[in-house]
Design a protein. Structure first.
Length: 256
């Protein structure tokens, strides 16, 4: 639970922060801006705490890396440990590190060589320390979507589930939609149940797709992505956080 809560807090911090001077405010006539005290650059961050240490990952696009420190603040000066750097893999994004069945697993999404598909990959490391041993490519998870992004693990009542954002190609001039899906895991790299779409964009704030410079795709694209599920404080509910709308717009936001 604490690991997932840390992930949520950190994601919200990344979304809310912008680079600024040491004072945090550039002038009296401008709106206040805030500096990120952890890392100045990096998208799709994830962080967990294990055995007194923090392990951080982010999108690097050509490799998978882990940063480790004993405090969150020290992550800004932590050494980058490259744990996987494959060939013929494109746009590696949103890696997450998880400890399952006494092994370390990294989940990420990447595109194929022709850039037409995007799938979730799983790396495995049997070492007790994720910075020791070696991560090897274990599997590609078949979600049934043409594109699957932002994998996330959720554990509930002794069972593990995979959450992700999935997209199936629309016909020309039709609306492209990224939905949130969930499926139970038989093991850390295999689905045990049929994927279920549990969230689809329908409100105006979820369906903004024209970028800040006025450019737009050939057809609208509505997005729900980056899902993270946690239990409520009294464990009576499951809360699902997610991001909505196109990232290139000023309307990109968090929903629950």
């Amino acid at each position: 639970m604490k690991r997932i809560l840390i992930t949520i807090v950190f994601i919200l911090l990344i979304f809310s922060c912008r680079n600024a001077g040491e004072s945090g405010i550039s002038s009296k006539n401008e709106r206040p801006t805030f500096s990120n005290p952890i890392r100045q650059r990096g998208s799709s961050p994830s962080i967990i705490r294990h055995n007194g240490k923090y392990y951080y990952t982010q999108s690097n696009y050509v490799r998978v890396s882990i940063w480790c420190s004993e405090t969150i603040e020290e992550l800004k000066i932590a050494e980058e440990h490259i744990v996987f750097s494959p060939e013929n893999t494109y746009y590696i994004s949103a890696p997450i590190l998880r400890r399952l069945d006494d092994k370390w697993y990294i989940y990420y999404s990447s595109e194929g060589k022709d850039m037409s598909t995007r799938q979730i990959h799983v790396l495995e490391n049997p070492s007790d320390d994720p910075l020791q041993g070696a991560f090897t490519h274990k599997a590609v998870i078949n979600t049934g979507n043409q594109k699957s992004i932002h994998p996330q693990i959720f554990e509930n009542h002794g069972r593990s589930y995979l959450l992700w954002s999935g997209h199936d190609k629309a016909q020309e001039h039709e609306i492209d939609i990224f939905r949130i899906y969930i499926a139970e895991l038989a093991n850390p790299w295999t689905l045990a149940s049929k994927p279920a779409a549990i969230l689809s964009p329908k409100y105006e704030w979820e369906c903004q797709w024209v970028s800040n410079n006025g450019l737009a795709n050939k057809s609208p694209i509505y997005i729900n992505e980056a899902p993270v599920a946690i239990h409520s404080r009294d464990s009576s509910k499951v809360l699902l956080y997610f991001a909505a709308s196109l990232t290139q717009t000023s309307y990109y936001c968090e929903g629950m």
